[in-house]
Design a protein around this ligand. Structure first.
Ligand SMILES: Cc1ncc(COP(=O)(O)O)c(C=O)c1O
Length: 405
C-alpha cells in the first residue's frame, strides 16, 4: 500500500498533530496541554435560539446550496467587527468565510506555495499552520520571537539574502504557543518591510479579542496600503470552535482566487451555521459575551504566573502574556522535554503539557514547553505547576551532576 499515497500525506503533517497530545493521564490528571476555549462559556441557549431565528427568518433557503464567499449578511457584520476591534476598514467583497481559521491557512498555502517556495515562520509557531503548509512542501526559514514579537533584524537579513521569499506567517496577538504579542512599532515596520521586499504577510489572529491586560493594538492589516496583508480570524476561541467558522480579509484579487480553491474543496461553509451566527450577532452582544469570559481567563493567567514566580527554578525562563491561552517555558538546552513528559510528568506527576519540538518548522529545538492556563482551575494550576517545577528542578540538577562527572 505504501506507494499509493501522495507525497503530501507522508511529509509529516500527520506526525506534528499526533505528537502534540501523547499519553493518557486518567481522570485525576491535570491537562496543561489543551488549546480549546473553556466549554463552560459556550452560549448554548442563545445559539439554539439563533439557529431557530435563522430558519424562521430565511426559511427553506437555509437548506439550499448558497455562495462560496459565505452568507453576505454575516460578512457585512464582520466589516463592522473588523473596524471596531482591529481598525481594519474593509468591505464584504474582501471577506471570505471559511471552515475555521484552519481552512483559511490551508487555502492560503494552496494559493501561494509551490514545492520549494520560500516562507518565513516564527520559531516557534502554530503547529496547525505548519501541518497545513507542510502539504505544499515549502522551504521554511525560521525567525526568532522576542518579548515584543518577531525579530525584525533577523527577518530583514533573511529577506536580503533570499529575495524569493513569498510569505511570512505570523500570529501577532497572544501567540500560540508563546503568548507573545507584537508591538505597535513592529507591526508598522513589518508592513514597510513587506512593501520594500515584496512579500505577503499572513496575519493569523484568533486570540486578539482575548486581552486581559493592557490596550488592544490595531491589526497589522490596518497598516496595509498595498494589499500585502492577508488577515485571518475565527469564532473558535471567542465563541464556539464546533461552529467551524473563520474568515479571511484580503484584496479582492486574492479573495477571488481563494474562492476558486474553496469551491473545489467544499463548495461552501454550511449556510445554516453562518446564518445562525449572523442571527446570534444580531440578537446578542458578542463583545459582552467576550467580556464575560475575561475575568476567569485573567485570574487563571495571573494564578499561573504567580506559581511560576514562586516555584520555578531560576534556570527556566517564561513569557508573561497579556491575553490568549498560553505561556511558554524555555528550559536549559540540555533538558529533553519529551523525555521528561513521557517518563516523569505523565506517569508520576499526572500532568501534561505540549513539548516544544512540534512548534518548530524543522523540529530542531527540544527545550520548550507550552502550558495552557485557560482550561484548568486555579487549584489545578497551583498543584500542577508546583509538581512541574519540582520535576524540572530535579531534571536540571541531574544534568548538572552528569556534566560535572
Ligand atoms: C494560531 C491559530 N490559528 C488558527 C487556529 C485554528 O482554529 P480554528 O480552525 O478553530 O478557527 C488555531 C487553533 O488553535 C490557532 O491557535
Amino acid at each position: 500500500m505504501g506507494d499509493i499515497f501522495a507525497d503530501r500525506v507522508v511529509v509529516g503533517s500527520e506526525d506534528r498533530l499526533a505528537e502534540m497530545f501523547g499519553g493518557d493521564l486518567g481522570n485525576e490528571g491535570i491537562k496543561f496541554s489543551a488549546g480549546n476555549p473553556n466549554a463552560q462559556f459556550f452560549p448554548v441557549t442563545e445559539m439554539k435560539q439563533a439557529f431557530n431565528h435563522a430558519i424562521e427568518a430565511y426559511g427553506n433557503q437555509m437548506f439550499e446550496y448558497q455562495t462560496v464567499s459565505g452568507f453576505s449578511q454575516l460578512r457585512r457584520q464582520l466589516t463592522t467587527w473588523a473596524e471596531q476591534t482591529a481598525q481594519i476598514s474593509t468591505t464584504p467583497a474582501n471577506i471570505l468565510l471559511t471552515q475555521g481559521g484552519q481552512q483559511a491557512l490551508d487555502l492560503i498555502g494552496k494559493l501561494l506555495l509551490n514545492a520549494g517556495d520560500e516562507i518565513v515562520v516564527e520559531a516557534p509557531t502554530y503547529v496547525g499552520a505548519l501541518s497545513a503548509f507542510d502539504q505544499y512542501d515549502p522551504r521554511y526559514y525560521d525567525v526568532a520571537l522576542e518579548p515584543d514579537g518577531l525579530n525584525l533584524t533577523q527577518l530583514e537579513h533573511l529577506l536580503q539574502h533570499h529575495p524569493g521569499i513569498k510569505l511570512l506567517y505570523t500570529v501577532p496577538d497572544f501567540h500560540n504557543p508563546t503568548g507573545v504579542t507584537m508591538s505597535l512599532a513592529k507591526r508598522k515596520r513589518l508592513v514597510t518591510l513587506a512593501e520594500k521586499y515584496d512579500f505577503l504577510i499572513l496575519e493569523d489572529t484568533p486570540y486578539r479579542d482575548l486581552r486581559y491586560k493592557g490596550k488592544q493594538l490595531p491589526a497589522i492589516k490596518s497598516f496595509d496600503r498595498q494589499g500585502h496583508v492577508l488577515f485571518v480570524s475565527s469564532f473558535s476561541k471567542i465563541l464556539m470552535p464546533g461552529l467551524r467558522v473563520g474568515w479571511v480579509v484580503a484584496d479582492q484579487a486574492i479573495i477571488q482566487r481563494l474562492r476558486k480553491l474553496k469551491t473545489s474543496s467544499d463548495l461552501e461553509t454550511p449556510g445554516l451555521v453562518l446564518a445562525a451566527l449572523e442571527q446570534y450577532m444580531e440578537h446578542n452582544d458578542l463583545k459582552k459575551h467576550i467580556a464575560g469570559m475575561l475575568p476567569t481567563y485573567r485570574s487563571r493567567l495571573e494564578a499561573m504566573l504567580a506559581v511560576l514566580d514562586e516555584t520555578m527554578p531560576a534556570e527556566v525562563e517564561y513569557t508573561r502574556p497579556e491575553g490568549g491561552f498560553f505561556i511558554w517555558l524555555t528550559l536549559p538546552d540540555a533538558i529533553n522535554v519529551q523525555k521528561l513528559l513521557n517518563e516523569t510528568c505523565i506517569p508520576e506527576d499526572k500532568i501534561s503539557f505540549v513539548p516544544g519540538k512540534v512548534f518548530y518548522a524543522h523540529k530542531d529545538q527540544q527545550n520548550g514547553i507550552r502550558l495552557n492556563f485557560s482550561g484548568v482551575s486555579e487549584e489545578q494550576i497551583k498543584l500542577g505547576i508546583t509538581k512541574l517545577s519540582n520535576s524540572l528542578r530535579q531534571a536540571i540538577m541531574l544534568k548538572k551532576v552528569k556534566i560535572a562527572l
